[in-house]
Design a protein around this ligand. Structure first.
Ligand code: BGC
Length: 387
């Protein structure tokens, strides 16, 4: 606690220089940060913040408001991210303004404007479109409000101080390796038919997922062991606007009717996440008569885990949103108290204005064999949730 109090007292000078060192909010005065008092620092509770350490609860917490902007309630994961963030920030003593923007960029911009006008001290933002927040975040920067990009990098603005996410390239690598192992591409003769569906072009993550997987699979495509009958492999051809299941489904229906109506099999369908995998499953359920393909996903959404149990989706990637939230709560505390902010990657994520110091959590592979241990034993879901 003493160390934190000392950190708090030093915070004014340090936050300014720290942020300047990160290429963010350089002139940031920290006048907005409320005065530090030792009593104002409740300990982070273990239940609320599994991965949070003592540093998650800085002396500045009381009276400090954190704006949390999430993209949409449509996808299960963002609801979980939002409620984990809210719960853990409140447990650490912060006031929280949590907003969801219905996947509408303009709505997200207005919500962030309101957060700034209502005196938020820190902003945590999972953007809808990485490129669309420059103007509103320029205001945040002017007011000295640090910005943490949550899960998705915010592009082309120097107002972003830090980025916390799962290792997006590794997500794609794990999906690609799953297909490689399941088809035994190094030993089997093939050829195998593959189709690919990725995410929203406005989400910087989508290209990392895509590239991670394609880097594993490309040699087999080049050698002819993997064949893409639709001929669609470029990122723009396989992207899915808004990550929507309906968009993924209609593209998959076209692919099936144009290329597989002759009864030929699809051996694997690389899907970058669960919402797109669910669209592909719906298309195959309706129109496809061949052997069921290997289908990848990401997020361990309840519907996708149920599909995994039913044999319709082969794997997903488990990104424990409790861990990411805990890491971000810790970052908020470290920024406000002027401590060194925990990052573990300072080379990968350039948002167009320079590298954004990042903390990458590790994504974990999930399938029918380990989902109980990962999802139920860890308390993420109950058995009943998955029925
Ligand atoms: C997230 C994924 C999610 C996708 C769609 C990505 O930015 O990293 O976990 O499935 O958005 O919401």
């Amino acid at each position: 606690m003493k160390r934190k109090l000392l950190g708090a007292l030093l915070s004014v000078a340090m936050v300014a220089s720290l942020l300047a060192g990160c290429g963010a909010a350089a002139e940031a005065p920290v006048a907005e940060a409320p005065a530090a008092t030792e009593e104002a620092a409740p300990a982070a509770t273990e239940e609320a913040a599994p991965a949070a350490t003592e540093e998650a609860a800085p002396a500045e917490a009381t009276g400090t408001k954190v704006g949390v902007a999430m993209p949409t309630k449509d996808l299960q994961r963002w609801n979980q991210d939002g409620s984990n963030m809210e719960e853990q920030l409140k447990a650490a003593g912060y006031e929280v303004d949590l907003q969801f923007a219905n996947n509408d960029v303009q709505q997200q911009v207005s919500q962030i404007e309101n957060m700034i006008n209502n005196g938020c001290n820190v902003l945590v933002i999972a953007s809808i479109e990485g490129d669309s927040l420059g103007t509103v975040l320029a205001t945040a920067k002017e007011k000295g409000i640090p910005v943490i990009a949550y899960d998705r990098l915010i592009m082309n603005t120097d107002a972003v101080s830090y980025y916390a996410t799962f290792d997006n390239y590794m997500v794609g690598t794990k999906q690609g390796e799953y297909i490689k192992d399941q088809l035994d591409l190094d030993n089997a003769d093939g050829p195998f038919n593959l189709e690919v569906t990725t995410g929203d072009p406005g989400d910087n993550n989508a290209r990392y997922f895509y590239q991670g997987a394609i880097d594993v699979l490309q040699p087999y495509i080049d050698s002819g062991k993997l064949v893409i009958k639709s001929g669609q492999l470029d990122f723009d051809q396989v992207a899915t606007a808004s990550w929507s299941s309906e968009n993924a489904q209609s593209r998959a229906e076209n692919i099936v009717s144009s290329n597989y109506a002759d009864g030929s099999n699809i051996d694997a369908w690389l899907c970058s996440n669960d919402s797109t995998a669910q669209g592909v499953v719906a298309a195959l359920d309706a129109n496809y008569n061949g052997n069921w393909p290997i289908i990848t996903g990401q997020d361990c959404d309840i519907v996708s885990v149920q599909n995994m149990i039913a044999g319709k989706q082969s794997m997903s990637i488990f990104k424990d949103t409790r861990t990411l939230a805990a890491q971000v709560v810790k970052m908020v505390g470290q920024i406000l108290s002027g401590e060194t902010v925990d990052v573990n990657d300072t080379t990968t994520y350039d948002n167009g204005t320079g590298i954004i110091p990042s903390y990458l959590c590790e994504p974990v592979f999930a399938d029918i064999n380990n989902y109980k241990e990962l999802l139920i034993d860890s308390g993420y879901y109950t058995e009943a949730d998955l029925q």
